[in-house]
Design a protein around this ligand. Structure first.
Ligand SMILES: [Zn+2]
Length: 308
């Protein structure tokens, strides 16, 4: 049982052009009430307001690639954070050109940010860890797209061992932290109780992977093994497979194949082409290959649950 939250809110699920009711890509990840933003399409700050999120609490922003539908909202968000008096530092992770793009816009508008901002360059490289804090570690996934593009893998930090309720009385208060850290309980007279008699394994750490935008890329499977929730782009139906190939996007069936091969817990589809008024047609193709599959939608909140 997990007591602390680990959720993803899909703020925008559209591809390229906004369709009625769909917004360009952005996701808010909440790990233990610490907020991270993935991609920042146009209008993301409004979508955050609609979702009731205080965006000053976002400490890290991860940009997958420099197609406009994934980052044109970034400058607006950075500016609003400034205008609203932010003082805490902000980290932005993205392709190398991103720093130049941000700096030019700040310079041209004569803006000196009130808060420290650090821009970190990414490159499509599987497994490279780019951020780690007490809640989560984030590493890169090498996606296959028309411009350099990275996915992001969020792994929850492993919690402490859990004291067995029936043995609580045996562990003095001042020894509890050490026992939860895995130490045996040793008394002054030398008597020893092994840790395994006193504790249970930690709650399994949960994981979330974000893969957008990308062509069907089987080399990802090794890095997605056992992920609890996989978000994978599903821009087209199988009837449009040629178009998917040409634009380096995926069909819903290809997303499902990746999920099945990686043995993920659940698949969340998104980045729907504006030609589909309803994404149900994409879902029905995907579930034939990978049944535990759901559609993202604007403002949808999806908990990341570890499997039994
Ligand atoms: Zn793209």
């Amino acid at each position: 049982m997990h007591n602390s939250p680990f959720t993803v809110t899909t703020l925008g699920t559209g591809a390229a052009l906004p369709a009625r009711g769909r917004y360009p890509t952005a996701q808010l990840v909440n790990v233990h009430d610490t907020f991270y933003l993935i991609d920042c399409g146009e209008g993301t700050q409004e979508r955050l307001r609609v979702a009731g999120v205080n965006f000053q609490r976002i400490g890290h922003i991860f940009i997958s690639h420099l197609h406009g539908d994934h980052y044109l909202g970034l400058m607006g968000l950075i500016s609003s954070m400034h205008l609203m008096g932010r003082r805490t530092e902000l980290h932005v992770h993205g392709p190398p050109e991103l720093k130049e793009i941000i700096d030019l816009q700040l310079r041209a508008s004569g803006t000196w940010l009130r808060y420290p901002m650090h821009v970190h360059a990414t490159a499509p490289e599987n497994g490279r860890e780019i951020m780690s804090d007490p809640h989560v570690t984030v590493s890169l996934l090498a996606l296959k797209h028309r411009v350099p593009c990275t996915g992001f893998l969020f792994r929850e930090a492993r919690g402490p061992r859990r004291l067995r309720v029936e043995r609580l009385g045996d562990v003095p208060q001042f020894k509890r932290a050490a026992v939860k850290a895995g130490e045996d309980l040793v008394f002054p007279d030398g008597k020893r109780i092994p840790n395994t008699e006193l504790t249970l394994d930690p709650v399994p750490a949960r994981s979330y992977a974000y893969c957008s935008d990308t062509a069907y890329e089987p080399s990802l499977v090794a890095f997605l093994k056992g992920v609890d929730l996989l978000y994978h782009e599903a821009t087209f139906t199988t009837a449009m497979a040629d178009k998917a190939k040409e634009t380096l996007h995926s069909t819903a069936a290809q997303a499902a194949r990746i999920a099945a091969e990686a043995g993920v817990g659940r698949l969340l589809l998104g980045h729907f082409s504006s030609r589909y008024k309803s994404a149900d047609v994409l879902l029905s193709e995907a579930v034939q290959i990978f049944p535990n599959c759901i559609l993202s939608y604007e403002g949808g909140v999806f908990p990341i649950e570890s499997r039994p």
